[in-house]
Design a protein around this ligand. Sequence first.
Ligand code: CP
Ligand code: NVA
Length: 329
Amino acid sequence: MAVNLKGRSFLTLMDYSRDEIRYLLDLSKKLKADKRAGRTGDSLKGKNVLLLFEKSSTRTRSSFEVGVTQEGGGVTFLDNRHSQFGKKESLEDSAKVFGRLYDGIEYRGYEQSVVEALARYSGVPVYNGLTDVDHPTQILADLLTIEEHIAKPLSDVKVVFCGDTRNNMAYAWMYGCAKMGMKFVAYGPRELAPQDAILEAVRGVAAGSGAEIGFSSDIRSVEGADVLYTDIWASMGEEDRIPERVKLLAPYKVTTDLLEATGNPNVLFMHCLPSFHDFETDMAKEQYELGYDIREVTDEVFRSAHSVVFDEAENRMHTIKAILVATLT
Ligand code: CP
Ligand code: NVA
């Protein structure tokens, strides 16, 4: 059956079928090849997309701006500091206004219920640019990156997510792997294990796709991994938890030893970024002076030939552009 995503929101990969995700990956590849060949289109001409951010962003904002602009459309950036959003006006009223003015809305913030309400009240496609529990556009970029680097079907690929396995990236990976029939291990401390309800939901999907989704604190669970993935240990809004996170997560730092424990000489290191891998940031330096080493990966691994982190960053743009083209045209 032909895939048609026109008018659809992109709130979580759980709303998308395997065929629809496949379609978006193939469209991303085509748009990427076109851009590399110097071809950009005008498929978003006359379309305006709102970029609404309640949390900071480098890659996601840039990818939406560049993706829309390359296809001839326009964007508006709003945050809650310089708009009425979340202050003088209800979510429902703001969403209705946005729906009158924009063809699509990207939202980054805290609760998943906000991105769902924006979709419900605005009546236009809404794109989840990260919430506390999901980051679906990142997974699309990461799946594309895996397909570019690993010469086997996604259904044969094993991804191990190391560290805070209760965060938005871990959950987004669980959803993506469950849909695409992949093997996924959340490798981290029991205290930060994925919530049971989420594990149950993804295992329901996995039963139909052939995926294997598990949690483990045992280093042997990284054996046979094709990808070791990690993320910062304290997500946006959780900075006050750094002391407890460093204590819990230090054993799950991605090191050369961990790469070797996979037994796969070609294992990929992946990370959504931003990453603490050295002391070049004020935050890493300040925390180190307080006695906390917040690096979730060694600089050696981050800069190694295994690392494809900047390919992932570039692929954010191609995949986000594909989502926009598929849902708005
Ligand atoms: N990976 C990612 O979402 O990056 P930003 O926070 O910079 O958007
Ligand atoms: N888990 C991180 C992801 C950043 C892209 C955060 O939410 O801050």
